[in-house]
Write a protein that binds this ligand. Sequence first.
Ligand SMILES: Nc1ncnc2c1ncn2[C@@H]1O[C@H](COP(=O)(O)OP(=O)(O)O)[C@@H](O)[C@H]1O
Ligand SMILES: [Mg+2]
Length: 278
Amino acid sequence: MRSRASETTTAQPKNSRIIAVSSGKGGVGKTNISINLALAYARLGKRVIVLDADLGLANVNVILGVIPRYNLYHLIRQQKTMRDILLDTDYGIQIVAGASGFSKIANLSEEERQGFIHELYELSQADVIIIDTAAGVSNNVLTFVAAADDVIIVTTPEPTAITDAYGIVKIIATEIDNLELGLKLVINRVKTVTEARKVAERVINIAGQFLNLKLDYLGFVYEDALVQTAVVKQKPFMALDPKSKASICIDHIVRRLENMDFKEGGGISKFLRKLFGP
Ligand SMILES: Nc1ncnc2c1ncn2[C@@H]1O[C@H](COP(=O)(O)OP(=O)(O)O)[C@@H](O)[C@H]1O
Ligand SMILES: [Mg+2]
């Protein structure tokens, strides 16, 4: 597959909006939400890249039905460049495939780190970079979360998922010293608007009360059988049916994100600074 990045090598870094998608518990819908948010953004004419930063269970490519020859592993090991590993898809978005079972970024050698920083600049041609992180809190997840403009915490109405969502919010609040970080909540797999609102209020109230932390309620995604069908077909649900219950919810979320304050002047340079220090 040919990478579009190869045509714009001399482009100056611009202000990419970096959105990290995280959760406390696994299996709550992060990867599906990341990919379909990307599709919705692409439909607005934005250039979008999804970075699969789940270095344990990388599966962005699986859900899109693409088999990457190379992934982040080859990039970090300096066997390939970002241009080599950036993949075009049939859906108007590009992806950087993850490296299943790969160890923490913190464990890179200095040389690997520098190489990685250099290669990440290649992503700055995107308007939006969506980072699909692993569940729970590893150094890895925290690093990506700390570097993002927006962090979307995904939970389902399940009590265990809610507890774990609160857990990750708490750790983010204590570990990350970034006042600009916009923490946002998405409730996935809900049956009604009211159910979503109640779950969101619970998490937001506890975070406000015990952590003195402001969380924005970004929206919800309905439980929709199309999501499972899409996973089995290895096609994003937004592509299978842009008017399905789940797809319409994703459109709403993108609209809200677009209406929310996004501080210009950060972009990929700020991301790299935060990721790797000055
Ligand atoms: N809105 C939804 N409606 C129905 N099923 C869903 C929905 N969101 C997620 N799922 C189911 O949950 C599974 C896990 O989703 P995934 O995006 O892989 O989660 P994560 O990335 O958080 O591990 C999907 O394969 C799908 O079967
Ligand atoms: Mg996932």
